[in-house]
Design a protein around this ligand. Structure first.
Ligand code: AHR
Length: 495
């Protein structure tokens, strides 16, 4: 039996709701078809945003949305995506399938989507192929409230009032698709570009995100922080940066041999789990370097791309990154979100890649049909962690999965109401594990379970093959117990 000890006396800090954030890129069918459809498409929509998708996303309380990329961001010229749709410029999306991008989803559409979702906005700017002037004018267009050329252009395009930009990313993966830069070169560009991300609204400052490392590239983190970290300035809450990004994807068989999303062996299951757990090491590695500059942890580690990355579904465009989503993905999500909760002092935002129809999507669409993936269910089951106080957790006798991994992975938090949410995942593909929550004074519990065979997934023909069910909970003097089936994820609420 795994015994979970939760220390209610020493909260770790607030779990930023943004840890449950999402990423939507102009890639494959994420934006077009997945989120945005032609108003006369026959698919119910409000101003082009699919009603089914918006409703499902609201249910998991999407706190923040990153857009327009990814690699696409460093090729995106925002002025191509404003004004009358029929006269917007067309371009080739060279990164993703070489398809024509008609720019019908642009700045106005992004803010409309965020309005409907009720979420914060995270815009990723173009450093790779854009100018400082272009970036600075975009910020002016979006946020300046007064008389200026960009504010006037915005008004002419139908939006007199400025929008609120909560986060602004200065480039994306500038060590790779965003310009193949060295850390020293990017760091100097970052200093320059971020200067012109002007704060027009001091009551709602834009949080600036500096492009961080790829996976374990500590050299990048060190060089960039050495060059860019600066003490706070009256205009900038944290100096030159509010966050440093980190990208990490789980490819079970490595980058060259990612494997299928739905057909995998036991060995691949455990390789996936081991790679998911590696996220914690990465947070320690880069967080440790950040601690030297920022011991008070004011600057966030922003894991703005994470998730599984497999081979595309047979017969689909290789540049569209469309993959199915099984219980294996649910476990990766559960483990990763537990890690973020447990490191909420440093991880201040994270965005799963990506929201719809791309990589580890929470939703899949086909024409007018939509399915909620097992990953969507994990986000739903974990949603009460958003904004709650994380509590330290230790697991005694976690058991082993695949011979070496700790089987039971947990995080816990306390909401303002005083209720506690515990989320637990069982990494074993074959063995169930009984779990006891050793918490004095907490007697009433109710729970939800997501369980299924490792390969189980939802399809357009069988959209509810994997779904949440009530968790059987036993309440006794020595605590609250329940059984986690193999590949199971549970969320328990303690009154
Ligand atoms: O999410 C897909 C791609 O992965 C993004 O465009 C890029 O930033 C990363 O390499």
């Amino acid at each position: 039996m795994a015994i979970i000890h939760i220390d209610e006396t020493k909260p770790l800090g607030r779990i930023a709701p943004e840890i449950y954030g999402h990423f939507s890129e102009h890639l494959g069918r994420c934006i077009y078809e997945g989120i945005f459809v032609k108003p006369d498409s026959g698919i119910p929509n409000v101003n082009g945003m699919r009603c089914d998708v918006v409703e499902a996303l609201k249910e998991i309380r999407v706190p923040v949305l990153r857009w327009p990329g990814g690699c696409f961001a460093d090729e995106y010229h925002w002025k191509d995506g404003i004004g009358p749709r029929e006269s917007r410029k067309r371009m080739v999306n060279t990164h993703w399938g070489g398809v024509v991008e008609d720019n019908s989803f642009g700045t106005h559409e992004f803010f409309e989507l965020c309005r409907q979702l009720g979420c914060k906005t995270y815009i990723n700017g173009n450093v790779g192929s854009g100018t400082v002037q272009e970036m600075s004018e975009w910020v002016e267009y979006m946020t300046f409230d007064g008389v200026s050329p960009m504010a006037q252009l915005r008004a002419e395009n139908g939006h007199k009032d400025p929008w609120r930009v909560d986060y602004f990313g200065v480039g994306n993966e500038n060590w790779g698709c965003g310009g193949n830069m060295t850390p020293g070169y990017y760091a100097n560009l970052y200093r320059r570009y971020q200067t012109y991300v002007r704060q027009y609204d001091h009551a709602a400052p834009i949080r600036k995100i500096c492009g961080g490392p790829n996976v374990d590239d500590a050299k990048w983190t060190k060089k960039v922080l050495k060059t860019c970290f600066a003490p706070p300035h009256p205009d900038d809450a944290h100096g030159f940066m509010d966050g440093l990004s980190l990208h990490y994807y789980v490819h079970p068989g490595g980058w060259q041999n990612k494997g299928s999303a739905t057909v995998f062996t036991e060995e691949e299951w455990y390789a996936t789990m081991e790679k998911a757990l590696y996220m914690e090491e990465l947070i320690r590695l880069h967080g440790g370097i950040m601690d030297k500059y920022d011991p008070e942890k004011k600057v966030g580690l922003i894991v703005d791309e994470w998730g599984t990355w497999y081979d595309v579904e047979p017969g689909t465009n290789p540049g569209f990154l469309y993959q199915q989503n099984t219980m294996r993905d649910a476990l990766v999500a559960a483990v990763t979100l537990n890690i973020f909760n447990n490191h909420c002092d440093r991880v201040q935002m994270a965005c799963i890649a990506q929201m719809v129809n791309v990589l580890q999507a929470v939703l899949l669409t086909e024409g007018e049909k939509m399915v909620k993936t097992p990953t969507w269910h994990v986000f739903r089951m974990y949603r009460d962690h958003q904004g709650a106080q994380a509590l330290p957790v230790t697991v005694e006798d976690a058991g082993t999965a695949g011979g070496k991994l700790p089987a039971v992975q947990v995080s816990a938090s306390r909401m303002e109401s005083g209720e506690i949410t515990v989320t637990a995942a069982n990494l074993s593909m074959t063995e169930s594990r009984t779990v006891r929550l050793a918490l004095a004074g907490r007697k009433t519990a109710e729970g939800v379970l997501l369980a299924g065979e490792a390969h189980a997934h939802n399809t357009f023909d069988e959209p509810e093959a994997v779904q949440e069910q009530a968790l059987a909970v036993t309440q006794a003097e020595d605590g609250i117990s329940f059984t986690l089936p193999p590949c199971g994820v549970a969320s328990v609420r303690l009154a």
